[in-house]
Ligand binder design. Structure first.
Ligand code: PRX
Length: 629
């Protein structure tokens, strides 16, 4: 495969011009660099009103042949995955392309031996160990649709996702290491499975060695693997066959299972990976995300492997055993591209800088940021202390739904601007809209929208195409609406200003407020609740819950602790509100709608920006909330 990256501003400009003049020809040329069993009949078919999007329609391929087999011809001994365990005393693993291919084929055969077949949904609930990446690829190998559930989610959240996709198989582990904690994954999965009937087999990887309960459907990974060989021809897939489902929160209680398909997702993740990070053969690239999120799918597994890169997988957390772990790992594995989240940078920047400077970071060439807006202070700290003012920073804007990075600078090729994601990638047509859906020109602020499909756009919400239409294509007909606001400078650079819906980004995690409210409302002493985000210096945003209690609350602390535990149990610890205030009422309009705008101001302590509250149904509660906050 040729180098997919534009290495100069001239090459970039040329690509941008071609992409806007002849978008289909532009994407065809990129798609042509991959291995297809059969070329597509139609490059693009789309209608944002229906909505429907099909890329490389009629094409036949298997993404794992492009991520694995293809590289065996040219670089079998190249390291594909470097695994850095949670405990630095445990030896790191270097897995070559040849070994990865063999291990993926073996696991694929193991899945098949236990009944998995093309089109089945397989839920992966696993720690960040190589076997997770291998399981992802093994599903893709046999045409099963993987649904990775982040290992920090609760039993209830796991069960909801298994049931939504009607998964036939679960792959999990006895437990997972994360910093000083051991998560009992098997026990959580067992609890989840008491609410699921579709799972016929549960394959359990031994990672921590802890005691686990055993059920009829359970199979040890190592025992099942010993029964199969590593010869597994790839299932031939249609370009538009689903590759995976990944859940993201929405503004109603039910998570949305975003569906990505084989052909377009492969083309776009490889293209964006190589261009944004300017990856060069032999570089060591590290994305610190978890494979439970889209960043891990696209930029730990598929994008890097599709271009034959060396990708680091880290099991642990930035603060274990000390707060210099990221920098220690960068030095240890001579990392060239480092991609992390602003929340991690803000947490690490609170520690003395010699925790950074004592490590040799001279191999770093590119730094990346993802998941939320990066504030100026964090940007400059990252630039000064990690990049030594010598590494371009790519601030990459995208979503679970977009599959790949849509707005970002290309490292060292296009100009960066602190706090700005900068320019749309060639082939991405971003616009700003006003509230009525009119396109805004020039320097402006408004609602971000995309007016032409790109190959990795999610095709639907699993089992609910109507919701897909309502959430992304109805508010501004003819456009894809991501739910973010943005401003644009005179040079066309975009700065993402944040969500314009009821989703709050906490520590880079996308959390809908509705599911958290539903969880709070489950408590016998809660009548109603409203959750909003408020600014937090490390997490970016934190959650503030206002709850109305049924009965007089004698012990506030006990109720608050119970509510936090309830949220952790229903959704996961990441969704626990930082603050919970018991109130006698919520500010409402006369028609009964909760005034979240006012709650946001109250949560942020911006009392002078409340505006006119006299038209509320119950203006007195505003005073009460202020008094008791
Ligand atoms: O609000 C935007 C924010 O994260 C949302 C998407 O979250 P999720 O689907 O979980 O995917 C996160 C990883 C891609 C977006 O709608 N977001 C993501 N990247 C940025 C960002 N906000 C500002 N700047 C970014 N670079």
């Amino acid at each position: 495969m040729d180098d997919l990256a534009y290495r100069s501003i001239a090459a970039y400009e040329q690509a941008k011009d071609q992409a806007s003049a002849q978008p289909e020809a532009f994407w065809e040329a990129i798609a042509n660099q991959f291995e297809w069993h059969q070329k597509w009949d139609k490059t693009l078919e789309y209608d944002f009103h229906k909505p429907e999007v099909k890329w490389f329609f009629g094409g036949k391929l298997n993404i794992t042949e492009n991520c694995l087999d293809r590289h065996l011809k040219t670089q079998p001994n190249q390291t594909a995955i470097i695994f850095e365990p949670n405990d630095p005393k445990e030896t790191a693993q270097h897995i070559s392309y040849e070994e990865l291919h063999s291990r993926v084929c073996r696991v694929a055969n193991m899945l098949k031996a236990h009944g998995a077949k093309k089109g089945d949904r397989i839920c992966l609930y696993m720690p960040m160990v190589p076997e997770l990446a291998i399981s992802v690829l093994a599903c893709a190998r046999i045409g099963a649709i993987h649904s990775v559930v982040f290992a920090g989610f609760s039993a209830a959240a796991l069960a909801a996702r298994i049931n939504d996709a009607d998964c036939a198989m679960l792959v999990t582990a006895d437990g997972g290491f994360r910093g000083a904690k051991v998560t009992p994954l098997k026990a959580i999965a067992d609890e989840a499975l008491t609410h699921c009937t579709s799972i016929k087999t549960s394959i359990v990887l031994k990672r921590t060695g802890q005691e686990v309960a055993w059920n009829d459907i359970d199979v040890w990974w190592h025992e099942a693997l010993a029964e199969v060989d590593d010869h597994c021809p790839a299932e031939i897939m249609d370009s538009e066959d689903p590759l995976f489902i990944l859940y993201t929160s929405g503004s109603t209680g039910k998570p949305k299972g975003m569906v990505h398909t084989c052909g377009g997702y492969m083309v776009y993740t490889a293209y964006s990976f190589q261009n944004v990070f300017q990856y060069e053969k032999g570089d060591v690239y590290w994305c610190t995300a978890d494979i439970g999120w889209i960043t891990g799918h696209s930029y730990i597994v598929y994008g890097p492997l599709a271009v034959g890169a060396t990708t680091v997988m880290f099991e642990g957390v930035p603060s274990y055993p000390e707060c210099d772990r990221f920098w220690e790992v960068c030095a240890k594995h001579k990392v060239n591209q480092f991609y992390t989240a602003p929340t991690a940078i803000r947490a690490l920047q609170k520690h003395p800088v010699d925790l950074v400077s004592k490590h040799d970071l001279s191999t770093l060439k590119v730094l990346g940021s993802v998941g939320e807006p990066i504030n100026a202070e964090a940007w400059h700290w990252y630039d000064n202390h990690v990049g030594k003012n010598n590494c371009p920073i790519v601030d990459t804007w995208w979503q679970t739904e977009t599959g790949g990075i849509l707005i970002s600078s290309l490292a060292g090729v296009t100009p960066q601007k602190p706090t700005y994601a900068t320019l749309p990638m060639p082939g991405v047509q971003a616009v700003l809209l006003d509230n009525e859906g009119n396109e805004l020109a020039d320097e402006n602020e408004g609602i971000l929208a995309i007016k032409y499909p790109w190959p990795s756009i999610a095709r639907t919400i699993w089992g609910d195409h109507e919701r897909y239409k309502n959430v992304y294509f109805s508010a501004y007909p003819g456009y894809y609406f991501p739910g973010d606001g943005a401003l644009r400078d005179a040079k066309g650079n975009y700065r993402i200003t944040g969500r314009v819906d009821d989703v709050v980004i906490v520590s880079g995690h996308n959390l809908g407020t509705a599911p958290i409210e539903n969880a709070l409302n489950e408590h016998p002493n809660v009548v109603e609740s409203a959750v909003v985000g408020f600014p937090h210096d490390v997490k970016g945003n934190a959650l503030y819950a206002f709850v109305i209690a049924k009965n007089v609350v004698a012990d506030h602390e006990a109720l608050i602790a119970a509510l936090r535990a309830l949220v952790a149990q229903t959704i996961g610890p990441i969704a626990k509100p930082d603050r919970i205030q018991v109130v006698s009422g919520l500010p409402k309009t006369r028609s009964g709608k909760i005034m979240r705008r006012i709650l946001r101001k109250l949560a942020a302590g911006e009392y002078d920006q409340l505006g006119d509250v006299s038209t509320l149904l119950n203006p007195e509660v505003v005073e009460e909330i202020k008094r008791n906050s």
